[in-house]
Design a protein around this ligand. Structure first.
Ligand code: APR
Ligand code: PHB
Length: 395
């Protein structure tokens, strides 16, 4: 016997995108059901990036979940780009009047979960065999298995917030869905260590040996990355090798301040640029990693997901509160316009800051010429800064 449920919006995926959408719609009096193939503990255990644009902070404020973010987040006025140990500060506040906040995505997810659960949000965890159906009718459905029982959710709209490996994107017919992809010929090996950060702000470093990033989670917990081989395994990287490589890539002046310690998290992530079009099919809306992936060099993954949700929640709220479907009808083109600009920035930063195995000496010279141009041109620095703090939601 299939359990039949109804809601206004069925959200597939309870990562940052799905959770934020559920909260923003709930605040507007719109009912949702959120389903996920994992459980809350698993989702909250994921280690992800940690730089929030001001727009993301505002979205958390609007959702009513920014208290801890304001208490524990670290507001940064700038960051450094470095080439062979020579550092150039991108002064975000002077160049754009804006800042970014360092606050782990894990914490964003925990804060969103805490509020949704406290307010009685309807969740189904550990679901299986999720099938969105009847998406082009005015009564779409989402079928899935939960605790061995078949469930069907009848709704007005389905939000595909189920990430890159989800099912929503492929619910769009193959003759309509178009995808664009670039896979980078390297990965990022990341570690967490309970040591103070090497610098007060982030350092993105390009060195002949490869890229490195010095980041943080707090004033006592650091997050570091080094570019690694696309087929590397964590086992290839004992802590000693990691710290030695990081020291070489950030240069002796910076390395003199590096406090190394045992890593308590170590993982390798591939780098990919990916976009799926359209981001709407009938009454299915894609948002976040379900529709796009950016290389982490621009710190945009979470911020782009949040921007999608700000645009999608506005569209749905306008429809339910004022019966105005204007934003729903323009959702895909509005959100994709911004997605492609953020993909461009993330691709540009990745090309500038990494050692590409197939780069010719000329291309290496182009990287350094661009770095030198950025250090000497306020216009070039401002271009990087305005993308890093976050482009406007509506052009
Ligand atoms: N059915 C139900 N849930 C699913 C399915 C499925 N078939 N497939 C995936 N999911 C769930 C995952 O378990 C995950 O909790 O969808 C959620 C997707 O969450 P994210 O991958 O975090 O994607 P999103 O919410 O868009 O957030 C994007 O997360 O991956 C990072 O770098 C990315 O920072 C960015 C952010
Ligand atoms: C991180 O702190 O994990 C981080 C910061 C900036 C990035 C990527 C990752 O661009």
């Amino acid at each position: 016997m299939t359990k039949a449920l109804t809601t206004s919006v069925c959200i597939i995926g309870s990562g940052p995108a799905g959770l934020l959408l559920s909260q923003m719609l709930s605040n507007a009096g719109i009912d949702t059901i959120v389903i996920d193939r994992q459980n809350r503990a698993h989702i909250e255990s994921r280690i992800r990036a940690g730089v929030l644009e001001q727009g993301t902070v505002k979205a958390m404020e609007d959702a009513g979940v920014a208290d801890r973010l304001h208490r524990e987040g670290l507001v940064h006025d700038g960051f450094d780009l470095a080439f062979d140990g020579i550092r150039h500060r991108i002064n975000l506040r002077a160049l754009t009047g804006k800042t970014v906040t360092v606050y782990g995505q894990t914490e964003v997810t925990k804060d969103l979960f805490a509020k949704r659960i406290a307010e009685g949000g309807r969740f189904f965890f550990d679901v299986a065999d999720v099938v969105p159906a009847d998406l082009t009718t005015d009564r779409p459905q989402v079928h899935f298995m939960h605790d061995g029982e078949p469930v069907t959710v009848f709704c007005d709209y389905v939000a595909g917030c189920d990430g890159f490996h989800g099912v929503s994107r492929n619910a769009i017919p193959a003759d309509i869905l178009k995808t664009y992809e670039r896979i980078y010929p390297f990965g990022w090996l990341g570690v967490l260590t309970e040591r103070p950060p090497v610098s007060d702000e982030l350092i993105y470093a390009n060195h002949d040996r490869g890229f490195a990033l010095c980041s943080m989670r707090s004033e006592t917990r650091s997050r570091y990355y080094v570019q690694c081989g696309i087929d590397d395994d964590v086992a290839d990287w004992p802590d000693d090798r990691f710290w030695e490589e990081l020291r070489m890539r950030i240069g002796p002046e910076t390395a003199a301040h590096l406090q190394t310690g045992p890593s308590f998290e170590k993982s390798i992530a591939p780098l990919r640029s990916f976009v799926a079009e359209p981001m709407r099919y009938g009454n299915l809306f894609l948002a976040g990693d379900a529709a796009h992936i950016v290389p982490p060099t621009g710190a945009k993954g979470l911020n782009l997901a949040v921007a999608d949700i700000r645009i999608l929640s506005r569209a749905l709220i306008e429809r339910y509160q004022r019966n105005d479907t204007r934003y729903i009808n323009t959702y895909s083109q509005t959100v994709l316009s911004r997605v492609w600009k953020v993909e461009r920035f993330s691709w540009q930063m990745s090309n500038l800051m990494h050692q590409f195995p197939d780069n010719t000496p000329f291309e290496k010279k182009m990287q350094r010429a661009e770095f030198e141009y950025v250090t000497q041109s306020e216009a070039a620095s401002r271009a990087i800064a305005e993308n890093y703090v976050g482009l406007p939601l509506d052009p």
